[in-house]
Design a binder for this molecule. Structure first.
Ligand code: PLP
Length: 404
């Protein structure tokens, strides 16, 4: 059976060079970097080198501004909870309705703890309403703005550099956090130039060809954020716990490879665009979610109206294709994704939405295989759809309104 992996926004294959770089720290150089003997020098120097590489990917930020964590979720929790603990006088938070649960659920929990949280809406293309954002900022009381750089489901990119600047112009004490889990290693992220007003940036190793179990929290010098994990003195007391040396080395290598491959993003985008064109041409009643917005080059969220996304994924899986849906299964009922619901995508389209996300390891043969198989799958599923008129081979006239 074929093996076509097009779910890179969920996780990525570990790059072979990354495996090679981390291997010594899982075998011979296993020593605790904090120990006093000579053999701990290797692991401790390796962390220093990895930190410098990550710092350089982010535009040459100062090494102490980077804290290694265990994942994107931890980094986001640390940013939000740490900001709250250090600034107890501020009780207002701004985020968006389309954040990953690693931000959304933390904000909801903070709302339960007494914080006032604005969950900003998006338009039907997944774009943020900037004037509404400006109106939401409250000088003197907004603690933190947490707005993702790019959405993991649709790939829609938010104008984070501008949003951060606006926050600082409104009140320099407002902290600005961006979850860059889907953009680190894909888009140029210069925290000393374009993104100079961002105080906190977070991302995760396993989205850029490092293994799971390592993440990053960029915390700009001078920003008031309390440590989240307290214990030993590791990471200068900002994140206690014996360092995941192999993971950190892996992340450093993955960042080095990502920077070297920035030019490859154009090829990835060409593959994505080729697939998008083929699907729109071959399959009627299909649209691309976020088509008019700026999107990540690797991401395609496509809605096949009048079918069930989960069934599409099941059929793709049988053909050796790993993709994912915009839907999540909640308590036995199939709810469309919170992102597509926030975009007010009609439900017959939201239910039939799937996400295809590429990486630099994908080939034209991969996308052509997906494009070759999907029309038959969609036609078969429509034949058994309650919204489809089998006799006329078109949507049922008395079906729910679907205005796309
Ligand atoms: N933020 C975004 C935008 C993501 O896409 C993800 C993972 O899908 C996360 C955070 C969570 O990252 P991790 O799995 O490393 O905790």
């Amino acid at each position: 059976m074929k093996n076509v992996y097009v779910d890179n926004n969920a996780t990525t294959a570990v790059a072979p060079e990354v495996v090679e770089a981390m291997m010594p720290y899982l075998t011979t150089a296993f020593h605790n970097p904090s120990s006093m003997y000579e053999r701990s020098r290797g692991p401790s120097d390796a962390i220093v080198a990895a930190r410098a590489t990550v710092a350089s990917m982010l535009g040459g930020v100062a090494d102490p501004e980077l804290i290694f964590t265990s994942c994107g979720t931890e980094s986001n929790n640390a940013a939000l909870r740490g900001a709250a603990r250090a600034n107890p006088g501020r009780k207002h938070i701004i985020t968006t309705a389309v954040e990953h649960p690693a931000v959304l659920e933390v904000c909801k929990a903070m709302a339960r703890d007494g914080y006032e949280v604005d969950f900003l809406p998006v338009d039907d293309q997944g774009r943020i309403d900037v004037p509404a954002y400006v109106r939401a900022l409250r000088p003197g009381s907004t603690l933190i703005v947490s707005i993702m750089h790019a959405n993991n489901e649709t790939g829609v990119v938010f104008p984070v550099a501008d949003l951060a600047r606006i926050a600082k112009e409104t009140d320099p004490a407002i902290l600005f956090h961006t979850d860059a889990t889907q953009t680190a290693g894909k888009l140029l992220l210069d925290l000393t130039a374009e993104y100079q007003h961002v105080d906190l940036m977070t991302f995760s190793g396993h989205k850029l060809h490092a293994p799971k179990g390592v993440g990053v929290l960029f915390q700009r010098k001078g920003s008031r954020v309390a440590p989240y994990l307290i214990g030993g003195h590791q990471e200068r007391g900002l994140r206690a716990g014996t360092e995941n040396v192999a993971g950190i080395v892996a992340l450093g290598k993955a960042c080095e490879l990502a920077v070297a491959a920035y030019d490859d993003e154009a090829r990835v985008q060409a593959l994505r665009d080729r697939l998008e064109r083929q699907l729109l041409e071959a399959i009627p009643y299909t649209h691309v979610n976020g088509a008019d917005a700026e999107r990540l080059p690797n991401t395609l969220n496509v809605a096949f109206h009048f079918v069930e996304g989960e069934s599409i994924l099941f059929e793709l899986d049988r053909l050796g294709i790993c993709a994912s849906s915009g839907s999540a299964c909640t308590s036995g009922s199939l709810e469309p994704s919170h992102v597509l619901m926030a975009m007010k995508i009609p439900f017959t389209a939201a239910h039939g939405s799937i996400r295809i996300s590429l990486s630099r390891y994908n080939t034209q043969a991969d996308v052509d295989y997906v494009a070759q198989e999907l029309p038959g799958i969609i036609a078969r599923l429509r034949r058994i759809s309650p919204y489809w008129d089998q006799a006329k081979n078109e949507p049922r006239a008395d079906g729910p309104a679907d205005n796309h």
